[in-house]
Ligand binder design. Structure first.
Ligand code: UD1
Length: 434
């Protein structure tokens, strides 16, 4: 297994180009299953999770063509970087998503809605637990049942059928769920009649999916709000859609600038995607300037502790919570960090304390007592994707050497991380097979 070694304490300076959002790209890829016409996605990131979704789709019968565009080099689509991927699902050869692929990535469950809608049947392995909590899919299933699906869970598989096709209905999610909203959106576009989805997730990735479905011929209104209205259609057409910039990658590198008291210009991204995080950073004393060609993040002075609580969009994202904790460990004074989305998302705390961070967890909240930048490098173990990035950030800020083990988690969500940070002066290297 690879590890990452960092010699910390260097203020970072330079430009970083942000890639397409993993969490937008995954549902967009799954959407190809809805239609026998090709779907072309531009600004695709190159990540392990994208490869996993590609493998899952291939075994459903999808053919995938890819064209590479080097990092930072403009593709023929204005402003876009990254790869272009064309997915063609003219024939679905299997409606089963097997355990072996689904267990690697929970987002695999996103094939359920489109397969059921198009084929009248889907058999998808239950994703099972993961490091950050139990993460059930009960809300996905209840919503699909409301559209008339019959669902049986047996032998570890969700077996969903809709012999006469799905029928539009009013669905109110009791809790905001990103994946549940995406699965239902995809199922509802081929249902007969109208579906009204209340308490839908408002994450920008949902907007990206809904716009893509509309480009394919769907009729979805209310995009960006908590109520989505979907009028079912019979056929879909070919479409070409750009993946939005990755707001979590944006936020992670913004914190890399702040935590090293450096200055980084973030290119190819969008300020509005991360309002809540930038507001908290400003409050902590970080300077953020939105310019025509990018966002400049710098921190020359001492930072102060700022409390945050994770919430569905537009609130502070749970996927930035661990990185925020690393930053707060270098501020002056206390910060309370409350996690409201996942019940077990403080796995990074024991690892951060290895750097000398002073963090105490009380139920769903953690109190960080900042030590004004005095962290020291340590060998640590990554537990999940965003926890891994918080350890990288702490390592960049800490004096001396840090070795982050089990970095395969990072490769699921950060493209060429060492290269991007290295270009800003970080002394960071990957050690293969450590
Ligand atoms: C997505 C993101 C993930 C992010 C999360 C919250 C992707 C691929 N992943 O995950 O990075 O951290 O949103 O912003 O986009 N829940 C239920 N029953 C369900 C579904 C969810 O109880 O059927 C609960 C979950 O356990 C969790 C909360 O609802 O406590 C929110 O989960 P959800 O928004 O569904 O997260 P994901 O879509 O899995």
């Amino acid at each position: 297994m690879d590890a990452i070694r960092i010699q910390g304490g260097v203020p970072l300076a330079g430009d970083i180009t942000i890639g397409g959002a993993k969490n937008a790209a995954l549902p967009l890829m799954a959407a190809c299953l809805l239609s026998d016409q090709p779907l072309t996605l531009v600004n695709m990131p190159e990540l392990a999770d994208i490869a996993t979704m590609g493998n899952l789709l291939r075994q459903h019968g999808v053919t995938i063509g890819q064209a590479a565009f080097g990092a930072g080099r403009a593709s023929p689509d204005a402003g876009a970087t990254g790869r272009t991927m064309t997915l063609s699902a003219d024939t679905i050869t299997s409606v089963t998503a097997p355990y072996d692929l689904v267990r690697r990535m929970r987002a695999s469950v996103l094939v359920l809605g489109p397969l059921l809608a198009r084929m009248g049947e889907a058999k998808v392995s239950l994703p099972g637990g993961c490091a950050i909590g139990t993460r059930p899919v009960d809300l996905h299933l209840k919503a699909l049942e409301a559209l008339g699906a019959k669902i049986e869970v047996k032998e570890g598989y969700i077996h969903a059928t809709a012999a006469g096709g799905l029928k539009g209905a009013k669905v109110t999610f009791p809790k905001v769920t990103v994946g549940g909203t995406e699965n239902l959106l995809m199922a509802a576009i081929l249902a007969s009649g109208e579906t009204i989805l209340e308490n839908a997730a408002r994450e920008p990735e949902i907007g990206n999916l809904a716009e893509c479905l509309n480009a394919m011929g769907a009729d979805i209104t209310g995009i960006g709000s908590g109520t989505l209205t979907i009028r079912g259609v019979k056929t879909l057409r070919a479409a070409r859609v750009a993946v939005i910039p990755d707001r979590i990658e944006t936020g992670t590198y913004a914190i890399a600038a702040a935590i090293t008291r450096g200055r980084i210009k973030l290119l190819g991204t969008n300020y509005e995607l991360l309002d809540s995080v930038f507001a908290a950073m400003r409050q902590a004393g970080v300077t953020i300037e939105s310019q025509d060609d990018g966002i400049v993040v710098s921190a020359e002075k001492e930072l102060v502790g700022v409390d945050v609580a994770t919430e569905p969009f537009p609130g502070f994202p749970t996927d930035m919570q661990a990185q925020w904790m690393a930053l707060m460990a270098t501020a002056n004074g206390a910060a309370m960090i409350t996690e409201t989305i996942f019940e077990n998302r403080f796995m990074h705390v024991p690892e951060l304390t290895r750097f000398g961070a002073d963090v105490n967890v009380h139920g769903a909240s953690a109190i960080v007592r900042g030590r004004g930048g005095k962290l020291s490098g340590a060998p640590v173990m990554a537990t999940d994707l965003r926890a891994s990035s918080s350890l990288i950030l702490a390592g960049l800020a800490a004096s001396g050497e840090t070795l982050v083990n089990r970095v395969y988690h990072l490769d699921r969500g950060y493209e060429r991380l060492e290269e991007k940070l290295g270009a800003c002066g970080a002394r960071i290297e990957r050690i293969s097979g450590a």
